[in-house]
Ligand binder design. Structure first.
Ligand code: ATP
Ligand code: MG
Ligand code: MG
Length: 549
């Protein structure tokens, strides 16, 4: 980090290292709540936290923030571990669980009670809310605020023992009901929830709140820099308050950064769950989802996502990143790696009438003109081929340099053909285009003849049928904000188009997660639904690069 510009978090760490705040230790954590699948916003946090661990030769913990038993599930734990590993990161030791600290959290709450810093409140949740006041009005002290330490300890223990029903009592911090920061108005530390937890079962019926569990979990793990998103900035005084009595000279510090927002995307597990539950997508890993598993299935690579997170940087002010930047990153990554292939998405047959029936020849095409090392392949050519229906116009408009009656085009890596005739069915739909070819015009034969258009094509004799799924944004774009509010109204009804395409012979052997560039079409990946008998491909992104930088 000496040569590159440092971001504001690195500047804080550098200063801590100079001053020896943590004796040069750098220990970060990524603390997801296992209540859904991770999304690209989490990827930013993962790259940041794990990246700092790597940069400073420190450590990064993966900690499941599983203190709310109602919404959490093991399915999510597994997907989160998979996603972090897939992104290319490794956590220190085993994954940690906040629920493993339930005993320690309970004991420390007793310490706070003994210090007169926490009390059991019998007010209903509604009363607590009503007595909190607002930014203009100070709150009202609870009538239970001045209970003795002994009574508080006894009641808290009874809460733990299951003596009370949900909502009957809470443990609250005793801070200041008149604080200008509403977060500091005696926040709830523990609530009663008679709910089974996915790890601790029925052992507990009281569960700690995030604002209490989080700093203590950080302190237990001896985290140095606890990085979270901007909305927790007002919670920072509470974070520090909670740890005032924690017995360690090196206390973690909370640092906030701006969360990632991307145009045309919602970035909230709650909203993503809605999309899944309403069956607006096929699942959490639907290729249109901004989840890490969705992006992976869509064909995004870990390198592209890491590059994206690097480019957006870390800032302290909220902003919205154009989805075009993410698309730019995957093109950048695949440009040199993905083999080029010819696939006709909307095929129409071309019969080359002067090409001998039954004859087949092999032509050599480069696998990637931008990367010679990728070599070349043999592609078969014969009398009948497919081209895109859109590459032919019976009555061509101006500047249409593709195929039209009497016009010539070059078939990529093959010959120049000329359209002589069309065959239509009873409805007037073109079923065949009849052409002649110029046997002297073979690519690479030194032919000097130039034509304006070059088309991709597939030999009908060896073509592989494939289902190609073309995606558009799941949500339509809103001009000045992320499509968060009323996002269900912004669902794009045309976010998926399915084509019955024809591909080169080589596709017969494709496996899920193989990446390609389809000539003139974009980048594609083989979907997990793909089998030997039914090839399924996803369009990752088109070729056009609208991202100028
Ligand atoms: P969501 O609202 O989507 O459920 P969350 O913040 O509640 O997100 P957590 O599982 O608690 O989800 O998040 C784990 C970590 O990821 C947190 O440190 C959080 O700050 C970070 N994170 C979540 N969303 C984003 C985002 N859009 N940009 C950057 N970091 C994020
Ligand atoms: Mg959260
Ligand atoms: Mg959340």
């Amino acid at each position: 980090t000496t040569n590159e510009a440092v971001n504001f978090i690195e500047a804080i760490i550098n200063k801590d290292n100079e001053e020896g705040t943590y004796g040069k230790r750098v220990h970060t954590r990524f603390p997801p709540e296992p209540n859904g699948y991770l999304h690209i916003g989490h990827a930013k946090s993962i790259c940041l936290n794990f990246g700092l661990g790597v940069t400073y030769g420190g450590k990064t913990n993966l900690r499941f923030d599983d203190t709310n038993p109602v919404k959490e599930d093991v399915e999510y734990v597994q997907s989160i571990e998979e996603d972090v590993k897939w992104l290319g990161f490794q956590w220190d030791k085993e994954p940690y669980y906040a629920s493993d600290y339930f005993d320690k959290l309970y004991d420390y709450a007793c310490v706070l009670i003994k210090k007169g810093k926490a009390y059991v409140d019998d007010q209903t949740p509604e009363q607590i809310k009503a007595n909190r006041g607002d930014f203009a009005t100070p709150g009202t002290d609870s009538p239970y605020r001045n209970r003795s330490v002994e009574e508080n300890l006894r009641l808290f223990e009874e809460m733990k023992a299951g003596k009370y029903k949900d909502g009957e009592k809470v443990l609250r911090a005793k801070i200041d009901m008149a604080s200008p920061n509403i977060v500091m108005r005696d926040p709830v530390l523990y609530r009663i929830l008679h709910t089974e937890h996915h790890r601790t079962g029925n052992k507990w019926c009281i569960y700690p709140m995030y604002d209490y569990a989080h700093p203590v979990s950080d302190a237990i793990e001896r985290i140095t820099h606890s990085i979270c998103t901007l909305e927790f900035e007002v919670h920072r005084p509470l974070y520090n308050w909670v740890l005032e009595d924690w017995d360690d000279t090196e206390k973690p510090q909370q640092i906030e950064f701006a969360r990632l927002n991307i145009t045309n995307m919602v970035m909230s597990k709650r909203k993503l769950r809605q999309l899944v539950e309403l069956k607006l997508v096929s699942g959490w890993d639907d290729p249109r989802m901004p989840t890490i598993s969705g992006l992976r299935r869509r064909g995004y690579t870990p390198a592209a996502i890491r590059d994206f997170c690097q480019r957006i940087g870390v800032a302290k002010a909220d902003s919205i990143v154009d989805v075009a930047l993410l698309e730019f990153c995957i093109r950048e990554d695949l440009k040199m790696k993905a083999p080029r292939q010819m696939v006709v998405l909307d095929p129409v047959k071309v019969v080359i009438t002067n090409y001998p029936e039954g004859q087949q020849e092999m032509l050599t095409l480069e696998n990637n003109p931008e990367n010679e090392a990728m070599g070349s392949r043999e592609v078969s050519f014969s009398r009948e081929i497919y081209i895109e229906r859109a590459d032919f116009m019976e009555e061509p408009v101006k500047k249409f340099f593709r195929l039209a009656p009497g016009k010539e085009v070059r078939l990529k890596g093959a010959y120049i053909i000329k359209c002589e005739d069309v065959v239509k069915d009873a409805d007037g739909v073109i079923t065949e285009i009849h052409c002649t070819y110029d046997p002297e015009s073979r690519s690479g034969s030194g032919c000097q003849r130039k034509v304006k258009g070059t088309l991709h094509w597939v030999d009908a004799a060896t073509a592989v049928d494939m289902e190609v799924r073309l995606y558009d944004y799941l949500l339509t774009k809103s001009d000045d904000e992320t499509p968060d509010k009323d996002f269900l109204k912004q669902i794009n009804p045309n976010s998926l188009t399915i084509c019955q395409a024809k591909g080169e012979q080589a596709f017969a052997a494709t496996k899920p997660e193989d990446h390609f560039q389809f000539l003139r079409q974009g980048y594609f990946v083989t979907d997990k639904d793909s089998t030997e008998n039914h090839i399924v491909m996803n369009r990752i992104v088109g070729l056009r690069d609208s991202w100028a930088k």
